[in-house]
Design a binder for this molecule. Structure first.
Ligand SMILES: [Zn+2]
Length: 308
């Protein structure tokens, strides 16, 4: 079975993760622009980060047989540094139309401040003007209020719900998101409230329409195999293969494919890897290593299905 992880911060991950993800069946992923842990102090840091998302990281993923896409945006946390946010807003139009950019994201609310609201709205306008999907980060604190507010603001800015992927949902928010016609994405984190056993129950209860599973793996405690592990657990718990495919592959493709930048042929054709390739004179190889050349096989064999 093939998988898409539509929320993975690969900049923070290693080549081992790329290898394991591909072996487990992940053929494409989306890296949303986000906060890096260390607050940025210069617009130039954002510029290089965005360039890396459409350049080096895209190349690095390709060396392990994975198609890399990204969403570009000013994250809610750093929107609170207004002088910097103003400069980042000037950069965004230069990046959102680049190859492999499938949306504006991840944007939304963190602490739900006035500055966050201002830059969220400006970026929604940018997305609408360019007919791009929007990937929304919902706040971890006061989640239900923040989620509903995010959707209401999208509607105020005339964004069609079908163009918006609302992320980090849970049992408290899923009904509101689906009822309004938005996409409901779920991040499966280890040692958190949203483990994959709960995800199985959500699919059993709500079905598969507009529901998406992701790992949101980043520099924190997270699991880049969340999507294949959740898929394996769903199959084990009796969910039909066609339904698993819907929430772990097809829905992400349908939602982000609306950008016109992501299609199945991207990874079904040209499946050969050649690790001798270089990007700006850099390769993923170190001295004496044997490059992988040719097809990468996936096995869907996982040491464990469970994420608790
Ligand atoms: Zn994220």
């Amino acid at each position: 079975m093939l998988f898409i992880d539509p929320h993975a911060h690969m900049t923070s991950r290693t080549t081992d993760d790329y290898e394991r993800m591909r072996q487990a069946g992940i053929v494409a992923l989306i890296e949303p622009a986000f906060w890096l842990g260390q607050p940025r102090t210069e617009a130039g840091s954002f510029k290089d980060y965005f360039s890396s998302l459409v350049g080096w990281e895209r190349f690095r993923a390709s060396q392990f047989g994975i198609r890399h896409y990204c969403t570009i945006g000013l994250n809610s946390k750093e929107a609170n540094n207004e002088p910097l946010a103003e400069k980042v807003m000037e950069l965004l139009p230069l990046y959102i139309c680049k190859e492999g950019v499938v949306g504006v994201g991840e944007i939304g609310y963190d602490d739900q401040t006035a500055a966050e609201d201002k830059y969220f709205r400006l970026q929604l306008d940018l997305a609408r003007e360019n007919n791009m999907p929007v990937q929304i980060h919902t706040p971890h604190r006061d989640k239900k209020t923040g989620t509903i507010r995010s959707m209401e603001v999208c509607l105020e800015h005339n964004i069609a719900p079908g163009m918006v992927i609302v992320d980090h949902n849970n049992e408290e928010t899923v009904r509101d998101v689906l009822d309004r016609g938005f996409w409901a994405a779920f991040t499966i984190y280890p040692n958190s409230k949203m483990g994959n056993e709960r995800m199985v129950e959500i699919v059993k209860q709500y079905g598969t329409e507009r529901i998406i599973v992701n790992s949101s793996c980043d520099w924190g405690i997270s699991d880049p195999l969340s999507v294949p592990k959740t898929a394996a657990l769903m199959l084990e718990k009796g969910i039909l293969e066609a339904d698993v495919r819907m929430v772990c592959y097809q829905n992400a493709l349908t939602a982000f494919g609306q950008s016109g930048q992501m299609q199945e042929s991207d990874w079904l054709e040209n499946t050969e890897v050649d690790q001798r390739e270089k990007f700006s004179d850099n390769s993923v190889l170190r001295g004496g290593q044997t490059p992988v050349i040719g097809e990468i096989e996936s096995s869907n064999d996982l040491p464990s299905n469970l994420i608790r």
